[in-house]
Design a protein around this ligand. Structure first.
Ligand code: SF4
Length: 468
């Protein structure tokens, strides 16, 4: 690879995804028990190849992570299995997605090319993905196998010429001169983006909210990148406002619209934020892969009446048991039976509340009542406010510091987003003793969720002050 040093290092969120993929892979091994695991790391290819040859020679019927080499390409196969020595293999490529995706096929096609080139007979190629219809505790149908043998042909036809192209490119002294494109983000975000996108200004057409990716790339292809470009017209209201106010570097506030939005709020006003997990391999009654979201934490601030000091209640589950029932019990005690419930991007809290109501029919009415009283500050801000510092984003992490100042920034927080909260929670519940490390993680989570909730209350205060 050219200039590997320019690649961004792996973020904690990406590492969590890799760890999850590994966990799913290991779970898939259980379907083909007693296999030989070629656990040699990828940076020792020769050892992995030798270990694989030895395992095959010894009569292994199932290999996990087997390594093969052909035409200068090394592959590692998730699962290779055969009925008996001398019989052909079947290959299972395991993905932690819940469906077969177009980008999975070239990956398997390369494996077919190398396996057959290396002299292995393979009779079937399968993509194994998680099953959306599998519900805990019955995990017997956790995986779905999709045979893709016939779908590989179109990729195999072009593979030799593609491989030749890649080899030529890798032999060159300098990286290929390729412009940025949709492939920088799709199907995965490329780790070289910070380097290749360094000349794209922020904000640019890529930061305009409310227009789709195709339109942004069309602007780019037409040479329209800067927001000050006079050809950037004909947008809908919100994107056009972002463009105009960014160029003029002037904030936008529609006071009468804001007044109307705020008039919907009724005391007592509750500010609510959930943090959740949705593991790939379900762990709790009625859950399937990645759903529903299981809240493990909430923070609630309640303002009883105008000007009253808000009171704070929180719940944070401490172990790896199902958090839902104790969380619901605490939530119903913390949230008043009347008044508005403020949640930033309320669609998420609404989804959690509906899932909790389904889980706990005895409290479904109370939970539905909370859902029906949700009020979203993001809706009010999108309609009535724009600040050039938003840089096109209406997330709480962008809007908070832009309107409330640096004190609203998450830069110094140990946990600074929902993904980090999940990772921290998983770490905390897997610590065996209740010592200081566990307490420290508990505090990090508590601080993060309190900050999200507190910022919502501060944003509503900011909106009110703007109207004075
Ligand atoms: S152009 Fe895009 S896809 Fe290619 S290396 Fe750069 S960031 Fe990655």
């Amino acid at each position: 690879m050219h200039q590997r040093n320019l690649a961004a290092s792996v973020t904690p969120s990406q590492q969590a995804l890799f760890d999850q993929g590994r966990e799913v892979g290991l779970k898939a091994h259980e379907r083909f028990p007693d296999g030989m695991h070629i656990s040699v790391p990828h940076y020792h290819p020769d050892k992995a190849l030798a270990a694989t040859s030895k395992a095959i020679a010894s009569g292994a019927l199932t290999l996990y992570e087997g390594a093969f080499l052909y035409d200068d390409i090394i592959i590692r196969c998730d699962i290779l299995t055969r009925e008996a020595v001398g019989k052909p293999w079947r290959l299972y490529e395991v993905k932690s997605s819940t469906s077969l995706k177009e980008e999975h096929l070239p990956d398997i096609a390369v494996q077919k090319y190398v396996l057959e080139g290396a002299g292995q007979k393979v009779e079937g190629f399968f993509l194994t993905h998680l099953n959306k219809e599998c519900y805990y505790p019955d995990l017997s149908n956790l995986f779905v196998d999709v045979e893709v043998t016939d779908d590989l042909r179109e990729y195999l036809d072009i593979l030799p010429s593609e491989i030749a192209k890649f080899k030529k490119m890798l032999m060159q002294q300098s990286p290929p001169d390729i412009d940025i494109g949709p492939y920088c983000n799709n199907p995965y975000e490329c780790s070289f983006k910070a380097h290749c996108w360094k000349d794209v200004p922020v904000p640019s057409v890529f930061n305009i909210p409310g227009i789709n990716g195709d339109k942004k790339w069309q602007f780019y292809t037409d040479g329209v990148i800067e927001l000050s470009d006079s050809r950037l017209t004909g947008l809908n209201e919100i994107p056009q406002r972002m463009v105009d106010n960014s160029v003029e570097q002037k904030p936008y506030i529609d006071k009468s619209g804001l007044q109307e939005e705020l008039s919907q709020l009724e005391y007592p006003i509750t500010y609510l934020d959930f943090e959740t997990i949705a593991p790939a391999i379900p762990r709790f009654e009625g859950c399937r892969p990645y759903g529903p979201e299981v809240p493990f934490q909430f923070v609630v601030y309640v303002e009883k009446e105008e000007g009253a000091k808000p009171t704070c209640e929180e719940y944070l589950h401490k172990d790896n048991t199902d958090s839902r029932q104790p969380l619901i019990d605490a939530l119903l005690k913390a949230i008043p039976e009347t008044g508005s419930v403020v949640a930033y991007y309320k669609a998420f809290e609404a989804k959690c509340l509906r899932a909790l109501a389904e889980f706990d029919p005895a409290n479904a009415d109370e939970l539905s009542s909370i859902e029906s009283r949700l009020w979203d500050p993001m809706v009010a801000i999108k309609k009535c406010v724009y600040d050039p510092k938003f840089l096109g984003s209406y997330s709480l992490k962008a809007v908070g510091p832009a309107l409330l100042g640096e004190a609203a920034s998450y830069a110094d927080m140990d946990v600074s987003d929902g993904t980090e909260a999940r990772i921290t929670f998983e770490k905390m519940i897997n610590i065996k003793d209740n010592g200081s490390k566990k307490n420290q993680l508990y505090k990090m989570l508590s601080d993060y969720c309190r900050k999200d909730t507190y910022l919502m209350a501060e944003l509503v205060k900011w909106m009110r002050q703007v109207l004075l």
